[in-house]
Design a protein. Structure first.
Length: 264
């Protein structure tokens, strides 16, 4: 589901009215001018959002959908976080801890705007571990059921998830997410990163370690599949050329979550 020009224009107008930063601002080591410039890029080109080297694929997938759904929600969320240290979208409340807020993201590893948006969400849902660095792999990883919960909290309708952590899925679930994508639902897939590369996409795996967004309805025909996904600040086809058999795809596919955007 892609936002129309009116929504994008409204989101950009919110950036034009970016409020003054308070003394003792919540993210003191992130450059405001750079964040504002990158915030504009995220609205005009949502694919530019990039988790970088951080293990923030689930927040990245979630916010890619938000950027393509109601970019004004994303903009207000980032502005509120950057100016007050907390934000809310629907019933989704985000309030990152001090360790997350005072971190300085390394240049070339993750953009400041993406650290604010993605790490803040992940940190807010951790009871013990802090997301305080791009190296906090365990703390940054999302748990089963969280993405579907976030979708429900911001107003998506008919959210459903069919996923496993360790046991891969098969034809039934592939055909289900294809139907959902063709029904204009936003669809995120839980996969092993083997699937992203032609050199490894036929290898076996034992658990999911990555989340991607279906960027257009997949081609599933005669027991074979090809699809385009958003991941790591870009889109890629799986496989790059040709198709995978459903059995080959299933070796690194652990399920999906989908929801229907609502425009109230």
């Amino acid at each position: 589901m892609f936002a129309g020009p009116m929504r994008k224009d409204y989101a950009l107008s919110l950036i034009d009215r970016f409020p003054p930063l308070p003394k003792g601002r919540p993210f003191p080591r992130i450059d405001p001018a750079e964040l504002i410039a990158d915030l504009r890029k995220r609205v005009t080109d949502p694919v530019s959002q990039d988790q970088g080297v951080a293990s923030l694929c689930c927040p990245a997938s979630f916010f890619y959908c938000v950027l393509n759904y109601k970019p004004e929600l994303y903009v207000k969320y980032v502005i509120d976080l950057f100016t007050t240290g907390k934000a809310r979208i629907g019933s989704l409340e985000v309030k990152p801890g001090m360790a997350c807020r005072v971190y300085q993201p390394p240049k070339g590893k993750i953009a400041g705007v993406d650290w604010v948006a993605l790490a803040s969400l992940r940190d807010s849902y951790n009871a013990i571990l802090d997301v305080a660095s791009i190296d906090d792999d365990t703390a940054a990883r999302s748990r089963q059921g969280e993405v579907s919960k976030w979708f429900r909290q911001i107003g998506y309708a008919g959210v459903r998830e069919d996923s496993n952590i360790f046991v891969s899925k098969g034809r039934k679930e592939i055909e289900a997410f294809e139907r959902d994508a063709r029904s204009y639902r936003d669809v995120c897939l839980f996969v092993h990163t083997n699937l992203l590369y032609d050199t490894t996409n036929k290898h076996n795996s034992h658990y999911w370690n990555h989340c991607v967004v279906v960027d257009e309805p997949p081609e599933v025909r005669n027991g074979r599949i090809n699809l385009k996904v958003y991941t790591y600040g870009g889109t890629t086809r799986i496989p790059t050329v040709g198709t995978l058999s459903l059995e080959e795809f299933s070796r690194n596919f652990y399920g999906y979550v989908s929801g229907q955007p609502t425009f109230k």
